[in-house]
Design a protein around this ligand. Structure first.
Ligand code: MN
Length: 385
């Protein structure tokens, strides 16, 4: 048995406080919970991964609690004792044993890839084809629902040199009010910033008919996932008649989804997300199909903390063409992080961190402070018989 054999898989739920309330179409988030995955090999290399959801199960059905349970009970038994270099074989085995649960699988694959990088002394992007960029322009989410506050927040980000792209979460307000809010923000920031909107599947085709041209007139440059994820035909019709870019996110989770999007010309671009696609390698497969089919790419996020963000960045820097950049801005939304060096944003771009593997080290003190199973927290939970 090789010394690189996997000795243990550990999962830890971490609850990080948010800097401010994040309002999605389906939920309000006050904290961001993530699952830290630590995989240890026989010769002492530790792979780190992160699995998280955008504040609960509304997006993909998984929650941090289900991710932890799925890994501990059903995935880890296949990983312990295996060779971390057999990722394709391991993930195929896991796929046969566990249907769905893409987020849990992504956390595992991330830690395995981190081990590979560390064991050969290379950053992960060098194993993925090499870097074509060292930084990525990333959007900042505007999601409080109050246009004045959102303009103020954007101005602060512009002044700090952190973000000059803003993505407005829509769908929590009635469409008329929501479109008015987005137009106000886009007009307020015009010439200074690029503004995009994401209704997270909340629109119907009738809404899109009047909303899309109005948003375009106000200077919004992109609409993300306006319709329910299954409705590629509606998205194709909107893409054809709009003078504003249309992006699919929820509807592009697997390589099979991507083939349908290419066939139907259902969007101008798709958002890649490591979590929804069960890992970095699958995301690359989706990226290849999109590129071959003439559909542009965007580097999406589930608001991972600095660990998952660093891993996403390892993928993003290998993608030659990202005309609208990405949105790896999770680390800025949490008030504190568990990485030793949190993600760095300079000149309006996220900077690629140096280092082997995904390039992140855990701050053990912070981890102990924010982990959910901290002993003093466990004692405070009343048991109901
Ligand atoms: Mn989205």
């Amino acid at each position: 048995m090789s010394k690189l054999t996997i000795k243990s898989v550990e999962t830890i739920i971490v609850d990080l406080p948010m800097r401010r309330l994040q309002r999605f179409s389906a939920t309000d988030a006050k904290s961001q919970s993530v699952v830290l995955v630590r995989i240890l090999t026989g010769d002492g290399i530790e792979g780190i991964g992160e699995a998280c959801t955008p504040s609960g199960p509304w997006w993909g059905g998984e929650s941090v609690e289900s991710i932890k349970l799925m890994i501990d009970s059903y995935i880890a038994p296949f990983i312990v004792g295996a060779d971390p270099f057999s990722i394709s074989d391991l993930m195929a085995t896991v796929d046969r044993a566990v249907f769905g649960n893409a987020f849990a699988k992504a956390g595992i694959e991330m830690a395995l890839l981190d081990i590979q990088g560390k064991s050969v002394g290379l950053p992960l992007h060098d194993l993925l084809g090499g870097a074509v960029r060292r930084s990525l322009p990333c959007s900042w989410p505007l999601a409080t629902g109050d246009a004045d506050k959102e303009i103020e927040e954007a101005e602060m980000m512009l002044e700090a040199g952190r973000h000059n792209i803003f993505k407005m979460k829509m769908g929590a307000l009635p469409p008329e009010e929501d479109v008015r809010r987005a137009c106000r923000v886009a007009e307020g920031l015009s010439a200074k910033a690029s503004v995009r909107v994401d209704p997270n599947e909340e629109w119907d085709e009738t809404t899109a008919k009047w909303a899309a041209p109005r948003l375009a007139d106000a200077g919004v440059v992109l609409i993300e996932q306006p319709f329910p994820r299954w409705n590629l035909d509606a998205c194709a019709r909107l893409t054809k008649r709009s003078n504003i870019a249309i992006m699919i996110d929820e509807g592009a989770c697997t390589p099979h989804d991507m083939i349908k999007i290419v066939e139907k010309r259902a969007a101008d671009l798709v958002s890649l997300k490591v979590m929804k696609s069960a890992g970095i390698l699958n995301s690359k497969r989706i990226a290849d199909i999109a590129t071959a089919g003439g559909i542009e790419l965007y580097m999406g996020t589930f608001l991972e903390c600095s660990i998952g963000t660093a891993a996403n960045m390892q993928l993003a820097v290998t993608l030659p063409h990202l005309p609208y950049g990405g949105e790896l801005s999770g680390p800025g939304l949490v008030a504190d992080d568990i990485a030793e060096e949190p993600a760095r944003y300079e000149d309006f771009e996220l900077q690629l961190a140096p280092g082997e593997g995904i390039g992140v080290r855990i701050d053990e003190d912070k981890l102990n402070h924010f982990r959910r199973d901290r002993t003093d927290k466990i004692h405070s939970i009343k048991t109901v018989a």
